[in-house]
Structure formats: structure tokens, C-alpha cells
Ligand binder design. Sequence first.
Ligand code: CTP
Ligand code: CA
Length: 239
Amino acid sequence: LAVVAVRDDLRGIRTVVTAGGTREPIDPVRFIGNRSSGRQGVAVAVAAADRGADVTLIVAHVDDGVLGQAVGHPRIAISTVATAAELSAATRAAASAVDVVVMAAAVADYRVAEVADLKRRKEDAGGDTVTLELVETEDILAALVAERAGGQTIVGFAAETAADADELHERGRRKRRRKGVDLLAVNEVGWSKGFESADNALVIIDANDDIIASPSGSKREVADALWDAILGTRESRSE
Ligand code: CTP
Ligand code: CA
């Protein structure tokens, strides 16, 4: 006999979760992208919805196979974006009406200054090197923090490379402060670490710079631990 505990502890919570990686066009056939699969963000959305939350899941370039259980979930509405600018518009519009925003998407830091209408051709480059001018994209998290409604919890993610745990934690603390988020979930990445895998490990840093959890396991287990941390933060603030 299997006893399955059904948790309902996020009922009444409205949340926006972003997942995947944006792509910035170079020309009609090329883009600048990143290696985010969207698995961790989708797991965060599904965990929330399974625990009773109403979820808007905004995805950028997430495969159908990764979306999996999110598709058709009675408490998940999915919207699809491509670029950082589209992700910003969709997230900021949806965020005004929710209690918790989780920015798990990998957002391009730069976009191409002038997107070519026609395919760029080697014969037009006039040499064996080319230079693409890039301009910074908007920092969506910073905009969300600036626009936040009272009582809203904002959670960022950071994929970091680090020499050791101390450096990872220090980078996480600095980024948490710079972003002004309530919680920052840091995961270590490398050439063969963190992206396509089913498992993940996070360090969760709160607004006091404390590491309040270090979950590892399946992306769903890690997602549940993140929601436990979010709930804990919200409860301690309302006391
Ligand atoms: N983020 C964002 N808008 C951007 C870039 C990042 O909202 N233009 C969000 C990500 O979704 C993530 C968090 O900021 O939740 C941290 O992203 P990260 O790339 O680690 O931080 P950056 O500030 O871009 O710093 P860097 O890439 O230089 O480490
Ligand atoms: Ca970045």
C-alpha cells in the first residue's frame, strides 16, 4: 500500500514562474542563446500547482518533453516568449497580480544592436573575423523589484561557476544583495554540470544573507524545497 501525502499548503497563492532560456536574434536564421533546458523552472511551476497554487508559467524555448506535466495542468496557464524583451513584457504584466514571482529563466544579458533583415553572408563580411555589436538587455528582476506590490515575494535564480563552495556562497550573497530579491537560489554549473541533467543542487540565500536550505535531488525535490523556503520567508515576514 502506497501512502501518498497530498500537500495543499500553497492554496490561495498566485505565482508567476519563468523557465527556459531567451534567444536574441542576429538575423532571420541565427540567434544568441544559452543552455537552459527549462527543467528546473518547469519543476518549480508544477510543484507549486500540485500544492494548490495558481500558476502562470512563462516559457522561453522549452521543449514539449520538458513541459510535460505542466501542459494541461488545471492550475497552470502557459505563455510562450522568445526574446528577453518579450519575457520582460509578459512577466511584468503578469507579476502585478501575484504573490510570488520566481525568475528561473536564463535571460540573455545582451541583444544584438542591429538585427539584420536578411541573412548575414560571409562574402559580405570582407575578412575572416566579424564583430557583432551587443547591447545590454533590461534587468527584468530589477524592474520587478522596483515595481513590486506590498507583500510580494520575489525569487531569483543564479547559475554560477565557482572554484569551491565558499566562492559559490559569496557570489550568491553578492548577487542577492545586488538584485534586492527576497530569496536567491544559486546552483553551480560547469561544462558538464547543471544543465541537461535530471538532478540539481541549490543553495538558497535569504534577505539576511543566510543560507536557509541546500536541497539536492531531483528537480522536483529541489523545487519543493524552494517552495518550503518561500513559504517560510512569507510566514516569518507576516508575523
Ligand atoms: N535576470 C533578469 N534579467 C536579466 C538578466 C537576469 O531578470 N536581463 C534574472 C535571472 O532570471 C535570474 C537572476 O536575474 O533570476 C540572476 O541572473 P544572472 O544571469 O545570474 O545575473 P546577472 O545580473 O545577469 O549577472 P551575471 O550574468 O553577470 O552573473
Ligand atoms: Ca546574466
